[in-house]
Design a protein around this ligand. Structure first.
Ligand SMILES: Cc1ncc(C[n+]2csc(CCOP(=O)(O)OP(=O)(O)O)c2C)c(N)n1
Ligand code: SF4
Length: 306
């Protein structure tokens, strides 16, 4: 899959109010190209609900339902049931930040996943609450500065993609705004699968992560190249690493030291060498769990959740 094969149609229109270099808007643009026009988005409070524009205008050229934080998955479940009842075939997709996914929307998300609702849930993970001024979420990584973790977060992040795998849903995937071709392919695949599907995209945020706006793709790629973010697909019970993560696991590419990733971002500028060492340890442990899988492929049910 080459970037040039991605359709020219635009559903996230130019002139929207996302910051320059916004990883979330780059990812949404790609996701909508993969989904096409027969799509309804459910968007809880977030940066997206701001850069979509003010009613009656909209920068998003498909129908959007803005929901309260806690209930986006419930809204999408009801919307899908209603469309089905009317004989209307459309992709019903939640597009939510990590605050709306990891914290406030988690209960409704888990409920919809357990019921195997026929919807696609996409979390764009910028590792904090950016719209309200960069507060920590439970997706914020250890050590990161936010306005509510001024000397660096003391806890490692939780991992909702793993939690979704534990729900046994048909499809879970991770992606990165640095690899939009990989994201496009995963969304196309998810679109064809019936039942609850979950995709989580790492979407760097220049003002929140404190780096210069033209470096978003570089930062998003480095996250994967250093093992801070792992690309994979979990399909009907089988886990498979993809892209650069797969190449690293297969020994075809060397993993870079995480310091390269951390040094690019002001949110990590205060870290001591002991804290950087703690991040290296976290990566090594997590990576072992994912990558010790015969070059990136294994049956997840038996080996993963131990
Ligand atoms: C119940 C509720 N609490 C708080 C808010 C205020 N609020 C609006 S957007 C937002 C941050 C959302 O963070 P996230 O989901 O990570 O999306 P991002 O802003 O990073 O795009 C918050 C706290 C709200 N709208 N509703
Ligand atoms: S604050 Fe971050 S996530 Fe929000 S629009 Fe700007 S770059 Fe995007």
């Amino acid at each position: 899959m080459k970037l040039s094969e991605i359709p020219a149609e635009e559903y996230l229109l130019e002139g929207n109010s996302a910051c320059h270099g916004c990883g979330s808007s780059m990812a949404l643009r790609t996701v909508l190209k993969a989904l096409g026009k027969r799509t309804v988005l459910v968007v809880p409070a977030s940066c997206t609900s701001v850069y979509q524009g003010m009613y009656p205008g909209s920068a998003i050229a498909v129908p959007v339902v803005n929901s309260a934080f806690a209930c986006s998955s419930a809204v999408a479940s009801g919307l899908k049931a209603s469309l089905e009842h009317q004989g209307i075939d459309a992709n019903v997709v939640v597009w939510a930040g990590d605050g709306g996914t990891y914290d406030i929307g988690l209960q409704a998300l888990s409920g919809a996943a357990e019921r195997n609702e026929d919807i696609l849930y996409i979390c764009y993970n910028n590792e904090m609450y950016s719209n309200t001024g960069i507060q920590r979420s439970s997706a914020t990584p250890f050590g990161a500065w936010t306005t509510t973790t001024v000397s660096g977060k003391k806890e490692h992040r939780k991992d909702v993609a793993e939690l979704m795998m534990a729900h046994g849903i048909p499809y879970v995937a991770t992606a990165s705004a640095g690899y939009l071709d990989d994201l496009y392919r995963k969304v196309r695949k998810a679109k064809r699968i019936e039942g609850f599907r979950y995709i989580e995209i790492l979407t760097p945020c220049p003002p929140g992560w404190r780096y210069s706006m033209e470096r978003t793709v570089e930062v998003a790629k480095l996250a994967v190249e250093t093992g801070m973010w792992i690309l994979y697909e979990y399909e009907h019970g089988v886990l498979r690493l993809t892209g650069v993560s797969r190449a690293i696991a297969a020994g075809k590419k060397k993993m870079k030291d995480v310091q390269e990733y951390l040094l690019l971002q002001g949110r990590f500028s205060h870290l001591s060498s002991a804290e950087i060492q703690e991040i290296r340890k976290y990566i090594a442990e997590r990576w072992k769990k994912f990558a010790d899988v015969r070059g990136g492929e294994h049956a997840v049910a038996a080996e993963f959740f131990v």
